[in-house]
Write a protein that binds this ligand. Structure first.
Ligand code: KG4
Ligand code: ZN
Length: 340
């Protein structure tokens, strides 16, 4: 099919995402999140997420089909995230995708979650088509990765990633230190609005000259989190807005500095942002400002495509199909550490 009709299943973390695309056109993108169930734990609980996927899958698939006005029999292919992500959560999606593909007799495509995030951009209707090469910065509660994309279907290189916490995880942990509810990202963002980003100089992880050989494009946020905890402990009259703004500034500074450094080093005037942390107002602002100053065009797809979703998984499979890629064999499994 020149414009394949693909259903994508995403269950790598706490979102059950079902998306349907035809070629590069988005038909539906339903997302059921178990975030509320994790709130009292202050972070995603893998077993709880896996069970929630199991419950949400069937109704989500039905909702996506209804919304896009297609039936299962119309599908040309099924796509699923096989990794990276939470092992149990991935397994539920992979099992469902295999059952669906076998039952329908359609090809099945196992795809990489991070590359899926990049493919999300294709579905951004208003935008010019994505050009390559591009640098991509993916920041969420589960990952923080910097990639060089020379070709979406054949050549995606991981330049670096977090060596400890993901950026969103750092926001969630610091929110907890400040007594703010989960998820912490939006809470910190709001608190920071009335704070002074220069009030406290928090560390910039892996940014020293001595880090540049081995960790130039890697990230670390656990030292920052510890520094915030220590500051709050030692400063009884600490201003929460100042702490939030200064913490946010450190995260944003490191993310944007490393991403633009990669653009400069590889001579790539394009930066694509993805992942739920892209909702952060300061991150968008600094990326756009410093990108413009460096001659780098910064692309930020709509948030509904940036957070984990099934449409991006279907979009990637659709690209693979249109480029002539053969389907996956049924022998693949969930791979929590799947490389790009
Ligand atoms: O991509 P996403 O929706 O899903 C998972 O990672 O599962 O990202 C969620 C993460 C959470 O850690 C949340 O705190 C963070 O994104 N986040 C933010 C903001 N909105 C959500 N972080 C910083 N600023 C925000 N405005
Ligand atoms: Zn993700």
């Amino acid at each position: 099919a020149s414009e394949p009709l693909v259903l994508g299943i995403e269950t790598s973390c706490d979102e059950t995402g079902i998306g349907i695309v035809r070629g590069r056109t988005l038909l539906s993108n339903t997302i059921a999140s178990s975030m509320d169930e994790h709130a009292r734990f202050g972070g995603v609980v893998p077993e709880v997420a896996a069970r929630a996927h199991l419950e949400a899958l069937q109704p989500s698939i039905e909702a996506a089909l209804a919304e896009s006005g297609v039936t299962l029999a119309d599908l040309d292919a099924v796509a699923v995230t096989s990794g990276p992500g939470l092992a149990g959560a991935l397994m539920v999606g992979v099992g469902a995708a295999k059952a669906l593909a076998v039952g329908l007799g359609t090809p099945l495509y196992a795809v990489n979650h991070l590359v899926g995030h990049i493919a999300a951009d294709i579905l951004d209707e208003g935008a010019e088509p994505l050009e390559y090469p591009t640098v991509a910065l993916l920041v969420s509660g589960g990952h923080t990765s910097l990639l060089l994309v020379r070709d979406l279907t054949t050549d995606v290189e991981l330049l670096g990633e977090t060596v400890d916490d993901a950026a969103g995880e750092a926001f969630d942990k610091v929110a907890r230190i400040l007594g703010l509810p989960y998820p912490g990202g939006p809470q910190i963002d709001a608190a920071a609005a009335s704070g002074d980003p220069a009030a406290i100089r928090f560390p910039r992880g892996l940014s020293r000259a001595s880090d540049m050989d081995r960790h130039r494009y890697d990230f670390s946020f656990s030292g920052l989190k510890t520094a915030v905890a220590r500051y709050v402990e030692q400063t009884p009259d600490a201003s929460a807005p100042d702490v939030a703004a200064s913490f946010r500034e450190s995260v944003v500074d490191v993310l944007v500095t490393k991403a633009l450094d990669a653009c400069a080093r590889y001579g790539v005037p394009r930066l694509l942002l993805g992942g739920g942390v892209i909702a952060n107002r300061r991150l968008r602002e600094v990326a756009l400002e410093r990108g413009a100053a460096a001659g780098v065009t910064v692309r930020i797809p709509p948030l509904s495509l940036c957070t984990d979703n099934g449409a991006m998984i279907a979009a990637l499979a659709s690209e693979l199909i249109m480029s002539g890629r053969r389907p996956s064999t049924l022998s693949f499994g969930a791979d929590s550490t799947l490389p790009v």
